[in-house]
Design a protein. Structure first.
Length: 407
């Protein structure tokens, strides 16, 4: 083996070690989302709160992302993704640790805001790092894998949560896990320069212009609608399964984790289908239709407990086509590599909107009118997603027509 070959192999190994750690950071961030559903009954008993308050604990996590995702993308473009990733991991660790010590609901909600800030920074910085670390030829596959971090992190929390004897212990464990990731990222993940060179002035103006363009705006709206549908179900799935199936909290956690893991199948399938030339708009429209239709059988007591669970698997697996498709599409929607973090920030704005509105709205309507009322908002979101996919397809057709006939 020549020295040059050894150096190349070492460089390749470091590259994929970086990819693995960055994806691990995403899983650690997503774990903070999944720990609330599995701890919901513990929170109710410990703090004396109802489902609406549990929904607020889940939803407030993403409030900062509504206004901070695009600025976070601008900061990443200006100062570097590695620094922002480490700051995000630190914020998640501090937020989870302070939440574990929270004496009352108000303090817990404040700690969730800090966790949400860290989650936002990690989820915007990590894909920007991956986009710069991997070769362009491997980007679609890498982004398909990255899109699995949310369902994997949620599934991990749902499986591991019942092992602990209380919600505070769950919070401490989540803080320790992210603290370990902070150390690993600090040692292994290098600072990677933008492919377009140093950050330029006027990034905020460019970000504003990007958000006004048709395709980025539609991608953001689609991610918002998907996220709303997903978290409307998964924020309360363990409680729903416990009531419908009469299983223990550990059994409900395992079944919920299985349903969340089904989302990974859809994510990976989307990468394969996109590589084979399947229309992204078709994937999104079909997935939205299946999610909306499944929601009727999940929330309405028409199929029994196990029938509803199998629909949860279908809802999750087919729904996974949407985030992977949007994440694979987003870099191409940015006018330059420097704008990729900003485009990811736009997607995160949509994602956070769904994370905020889904749990809070469902918690409120279920507390007032029962589980059947939850299906109305999910079906409405599915219909709107289908319309947005149609508008995206029309925009693509218009651009193709203009390219063929410039006059």
């Amino acid at each position: 083996m020549t020295i040059e070959t050894a150096v190349m192999q070492q460089s390749e190994a470091k590259r994929w070690a970086t990819v693995a750690i960055v994806i691990g950071c995403g899983i650690g961030a997503a774990l903070q989302v999944g720990k609330v559903p599995i701890a919901a009954s513990m929170l109710q008993q410990s703090l004396g709160i109802d489902l609406a308050a549990v929904g607020t604990i889940a939803g407030i996590f993403a409030v900062l992302g509504l206004v901070g995702s695009v600025p976070a993308g601008v900061v990443i473009a200006a100062v570097g993704a590695r620094k922002v990733l480490l700051c995000g991991l630190a914020a998640v660790t501090l937020g989870a640790a302070s939440g574990a010590l929270a004496p009352q609901l108000a303090v817990l909600l404040a700690s969730r805001l800090l966790e949400g800030l860290g989650f936002l920074l990690v989820m915007v910085a990590a894909p920007a790092l991956l986009d710069r670390v991997v070769d362009v030829s491997a980007r679609d596959v890498t982004m398909a894998v990255w899109s699995c971090v949310m369902p994997f992190g949620i599934a991990l929390a749902l499986v591991a949560g019942p092992i602990f004897d209380g919600w505070r212990t769950i919070w401490w464990a989540s803080a320790a896990f992210v603290a370990l990731l902070f150390v690993l990222a600090g040692v292994i993940v290098p600072e990677v320069a933008s492919r377009t060179g140093p950050a330029r002035s006027g990034l905020m103006q460019e970000a504003t212009a990007l958000a006004r363009r048709r395709t980025p705006a539609l991608l953001m709206v689609l991610f918002a609608l998907y996220s709303l549908m997903f978290f409307a179900l998964f924020s309360f799935l363990p409680i729903l399964l416990t009531e419908r199936l009469g299983v223990s909290s550990q059994g409900a956690g395992g079944l919920s984790a299985l349903a969340a893991a089904g989302n990974i199948v859809g994510n990976l399938a989307a990468g394969h289908l996109l590589a084979r030339g399947v229309s992204r708009n078709l994937l999104i429209a079909v997935a939205a239709f299946v999610m909306g239709t499944s929601a009727l059988g999940i929330f309405l007591p028409v199929l029994g407990g196990w029938g509803a669970f199998w629909l949860c698997l279908l809802f999750s697996a087919i729904g996974g086509l949407i985030p992977a498709t949007l994440l694979a599409t987003a870099p191409a929607a940015a006018p330059s590599a420097a704008m990729v973090p900003v485009m990811m920030g736009l997607l995160m704005t949509g994602s956070n909107f769904g994370q905020v509105t889904g749990p809070i709205a469902v918690g409120a309507v279920v507390s007032a009118w029962g589980w059947g009322a939850a299906c109305i908002m999910v079906v409405a979101a599915a219909i709107l997603a289908g319309i947005a996919a149609w508008m995206l397809a029309r925009g693509d057709h218009k651009r193709v027509s203009e390219a063929r006939d410039p006059a």
